[in-house]
Design a protein around this ligand. Structure first.
Ligand SMILES: [Zn+2]
Ligand SMILES: [Zn+2]
Length: 425
């Protein structure tokens, strides 16, 4: 398989802790909501994937969608051909369907790389968090999932996260809408480029990203699902907006909210944060009540969302949000005399056993050791010198208060713990 130029974040060591911290914050919040982490295979059966991502498209197996997956071409038998997963919902549904009993509610999440080819055919890798709530069509489940998404973004420091909401309607209201879309695209075919014609007729909710000057790119404004919603879908959408407003989540109704998979119905949403004057979509999702029956034969109403972890990570760095969270207490320990290395290791071991982050200094020059301790944002620096050790003491430097003192060798652990408490870490 040729991955020509994958767009992916390459981590340096000093970034890894930040990524882990972001993941940990998400994990903790998801646990509070009783969501369970699951692992999904990266290699997936190609025909199941194709069937899933083209489900409910208005044409049979649209080619342009099939071209977007990254395929492993090592098996002649189509049954055994594999693709790198482009998303997670399809395989979660297949798994859930094998154990689902009516009345069950499954709350799952997963994270990891997803793969696709962009419009130029270039292979892309992106990291996503996927969250799914399966088994409920209740309005509460919708509000739970949407509020959870906002909560996750708040948790990593995006207090400005807002929502874009729309409704794609139920089977009944969509039927009329799709019929009129079909008429529009046939009677006014000359207003669209060939790509947009294919993409919009397969999925009227898609963003075609077309730049052709002779093409109008999207359906006319009045040809919008919002004008086709049945009474029940309208009421549900009103209820959802009311609950979200009561929860204090800021939303905008966006009648042009696009989704590239056609399997969504009812409530769809995007999570948005501001970046200078732009609004950036950092995730989104919606209901997919009909997808399970189409793929697995079992009716499982469901709703879910994804978060674009690469983009969120990038924005967290730009906004210096990691500094806010970087409050781990840590100790730097070094020696200025030869033959004391063993003692340094023993003290470090003792501190580690108390769950205190301890960094071993390897510099010979005292100034360089101090620079290292500062670079690691350590709270304390312990320096061992032969003349002090002979008197049974070590040098302790408090980097925050810029104070130094000598402490007895046998009181190192106690003293460090006391400082830690005063720093409330
Ligand atoms: Zn409806
Ligand atoms: Zn076009």
């Amino acid at each position: 398989m040729a991955v020509e130029k994958a767009k992916t974040i390459n981590f340096m060591m000093d970034e890894m802790w930040k990524w882990k911290m972001m993941e940990e914050k998400f994990d903790n919040m998801l646990k509070l909501y009783d969501y369970h982490e699951i692992h999904l295979p990266i290699l997936q059966n190609r025909s199941l994937i194709q069937q899933g991502i083209t489900a409910f498209m208005q044409r049979e197996e649209p080619d342009f969608i099939s071209r977007q997956t990254l395929n492993i071409n090592n098996n002649k038998n189509p049954e055994n051909q594999l693709s790198l997963r482009p998303e997670g919902t399809i395989s979660v549904l297949h798994r859930a369907a094998t154990m689902y009993r009516k009345g069950d509610i499954f709350r799952y999440y997963y994270q990891g790389p997803m793969f696709h080819r962009n419009r130029e055919g270039v292979a892309q890798e992106s990291s996503q968090l996927g969250v799914e709530l399966m088994g409920s069509s209740n309005i509460l489940s919708e509000n739970e999932i949407i509020s959870l998404g906002i909560k996750l973004l708040n948790e990593v420091g995006f207090y400005d996260a807002t929502l874009k909401l729309n409704s794609y309607g139920c089977e009944n209201c969509r039927r009329e809408f799709f019929k009129d879309v079909d008429i529009e695209l046939r009677t006014n075919a000359d207003r669209y480029c060939p790509n947009c014609l294919v993409e919009l007729s397969a999925n009227p909710f898609a963003a075609t990203h077309c730049e052709n000057k002779n093409c109008q790119h999207s359906l006319p404004a009045n040809l919008n699902i919002n004008n086709y919603l049945c009474a029940e879908c309208k009421t549900k959408f009103e209820q959802l907006k009311k609950i979200q407003a009561n929860l204090g989540n800021i939303y905008k109704v966006d009648p042009n909210l696009t989704k590239n998979f056609a399997y969504y119905n009812g409530t769809v949403f995007d999570f948005v944060v501001k970046n200078q004057d732009n609004e950036l979509v950092v995730g989104g999702g919606g209901r997919y009540d009909y997808l399970s029956e189409r793929l697995t034969g079992r009716k499982i109403p469901a709703i879910g969302f994804y978060l674009d972890l690469d983009l969120i990570f990038q924005l967290m760095k730009e906004r210096n949000l990691f500094l806010m969270f970087d409050n781990d207490f840590s100790v730097y320990i070094c020696t200025q005399s030869p033959n004391l290395e063993m003692m340094v290791l023993q003290i470090a071991q003792e501190l580690h056993s108390q769950n205190i982050i301890t960094i071993l200094g390897t510099e010979e020059n005292p100034d360089n050791n101090l620079k290292q301790a500062q670079a690691h944002k350590c709270d304390l620096m312990i320096t061992l010198r032969e003349e002090n050790i002979r008197e049974g003491k070590v040098l302790l430097y408090n980097l925050e208060h810029k104070e130094q003192s000598y402490i007895p060798l046998n009181r190192i652990l106690d003293t460090v713990q006391v400082v830690r408490k005063t720093l409330k870490k």
